[in-house]
Design a protein around this ligand. Structure first.
Ligand code: FMN
Length: 478
């Protein structure tokens, strides 16, 4: 396979690996990756804040369906920003039968992010999505493909369906996605609960207008050779490589193999069973990149010496000035590093997904018990809701971070709600979408960061706290 990057800037949701970051990396010849997770909320908010530099409107003006672009603008765009006290207009929530407008804004927002990341250079751009968040996947992939996305990278689960879907979407065919539904036996495929996406229904006449689309390369993110080889066997289309992610990486981590045991501080313990046999990866015959703790000088050469095509790095890029982390938060985190106080913990409960999740310990964020306790529980974004089939056959949507009584009424166990953060609203807040809820509560941020957090100093020069994506690449390639 040709044209393989040696460095992949990891996809970081929500809105952390935005188009500015991906563009900065891609124009320097490495793979820049935008996150498609909840991106329609981020794009809506950028419009609401007046889109000062006009980038979003410029990208929307390139979208092949101008009437839908205009509908998005008329709902969220505010010339010069919102009026005092005006709240971000509500955003529809996904279900298995989403309104057409939701699929449209999801596709358009992914289009916007990829289009802007690809503009003005000939480098390559990828889209990152999570297998755990299934409902928006089809619209997200299609929107990114309309903008010519070069790669799709997918973590947090076993994405057997995506490669085949990319093949079909490149021909504008109607597709459907089999959903994980708790309480539903893993019966025949024909009986699975699905969500569907028909490009011709969402954007009538699009196939004729656009012609065939480029089929992006597909790279799942795995934590073991067993998983990688299972994916090769079960994937419904061609897999083009793997990212092998170790548990020191920022974001969500694969749980430890076997029964989860915790340190005294309450963090999951990983052991020899969680190590990845790199010769086993190489034997699969696909290019692979190593992720988790590779954001340092010399790590690229070491990875390549062990058979990898290169590395994927997140933490180092998460705090560079192009990232989508709110500026004042980013600077506070960098100050912490400079004072030698960079600290993060792997929480086994913070994420509603049940996956371990790395959380930077920082005042004013959801890492603090007081900030967590002060949040009135509510669920109005719904990205992490799981589908549950009730005894009476109906499907309910539930999230252990929603109000406890709602969760229990839907058959959930109260103890499963303890300590769960509303990652939807908290991560949106980190990316600058600070929603003020009824009653005046402003959503607080949560910052996820990997074990390399204390090493950020290697990218700074002199007294300057801030650094750029270019600084990171210079160190990694040195
Ligand atoms: C702020 C942040 C957000 C992340 N979000 C995602 C995500 O949405 N999807 C994903 O596949 N990986 C995510 N990751 C993991 C990165 O893509 C990457 O694999 C990882 O950061 C590499 O390890 P490192 O942090 O040691 O460099 C995230 C990492 C960080 C630091």
């Amino acid at each position: 396979m040709t044209n393989l990057p040696s460095i992949i800037q990891g996809g970081m949701g929500v809105g952390v690996s935005n188009w500015q970051l991906a563009s900065a990396v891609a124009r320097r010849g490495q793979l820049g990756v935008v996150s498609g997770t909840a991106i329609s909320h981020v794009v809506a908010n950028r419009l609401f804040e007046g889109d000062p530099a006009g980038h979003i409107r410029a990208a929307l003006a390139e979208f092949p369906f101008q009437d839908t672009a205009r509908r998005m603008l008329s709902r969220w765009f505010r010339e010069g920003g919102p009026k005092t006290g005006e709240q971000l207009p509500s955003h529809p929530i996904y279900s298995i039968a989403p309104p057409r407008f939701l699929d449209q804004i999801t596709a358009m927002s992914n289009f916007v992010e990829v289009h802007l990341a690809r503009r003005g250079h000939s480098g390559q751009v990828g889209l990152n999505l999570l297998e755990k968040i299934q409902l928006p996947t089809l619209a997200s992939l299609y929107g990114a493909m309309l903008a010519g996305v070069d790669w799709v990278l997918m973590g947090a689960g076993i994405p057997t369906q995506v490669a085949g879907i990319l093949d079909r979407l490149s021909r504008h065919e109607a597709v459907s996605y089999r959903l994980d539904v708790k309480g539903e036996p893993a019966g025949p495929r024909s009986e699975a609960t699905t969500i569907s996406f028909d490009p011709e229904r969402i954007f009538p006449g699009i196939a004729a207008r656009m012609g065939p689309l480029k089929r992006p390369r597909f790279v799942p993110i795995v934590s073991s050779v067993v998983l990688a080889s299972a994916l090769i066997k079960r994937s419904e289309g061609e897999i083009d490589g793997f990212i092998v992610e170790l548990p020191v990486a920022g974001g969500h981590n694969a749980p430890p193999r076997g029964k989860m045991t915790l340190t005294n501080a309450g963090e999951p313990i990983y052991g020899p069973k969680d190590e990845v046999a790199l010769d086993g990866m190489a034997a699969l015959g696909k290019p692979f990149w190593l992720a988790g703790g590779y954001g340092r000088m010399g790590a690229l050469a070491a990875a390549q010496a062990s058979g990898a095509a290169g590395i994927q790095v997140g933490t180092a890029f998460a705090l560079c000035h192009e990232s989508g982390v709110r500026e004042e938060l980013r600077m506070k985190l960098l100050e912490r590093v400079a004072r030698g106080e960079a600290d993060m913990k792997t929480s086994p409960v913070a994420s509603p997904t049940g996956f371990p999740f790395k959380v930077a310990q920082m005042e004013g964020t959801m890492s603090e018990a007081g900030v967590y306790d002060a949040r009135p529980r509510l669920c109005d974004v719904g990205m992490l809701r799981t589908l549950v089939r009730n005894d009476d056959g109906t499907v309910v949507y539930r999230c252990p971070a929603e109000p406890v009584e709602d969760y229990v009424a839907k058959g959930g166990r109260a103890e499963d709600t303890e300590g769960r953060r509303c990652l939807c609203n908290n991560l949106l807040s980190t990316a600058g979408v600070v929603k003020v809820q009824k009653g005046g509560y402003a959503e607080a941020p949560i910052v996820t960061i990997g074990d390399d957090f204390p090493l950020i100093g290697q990218f700074q020069s002199g007294e300057q706290l801030s650094y750029s994506a270019g600084d990171v690449l210079r160190v990694l390639l040195a």
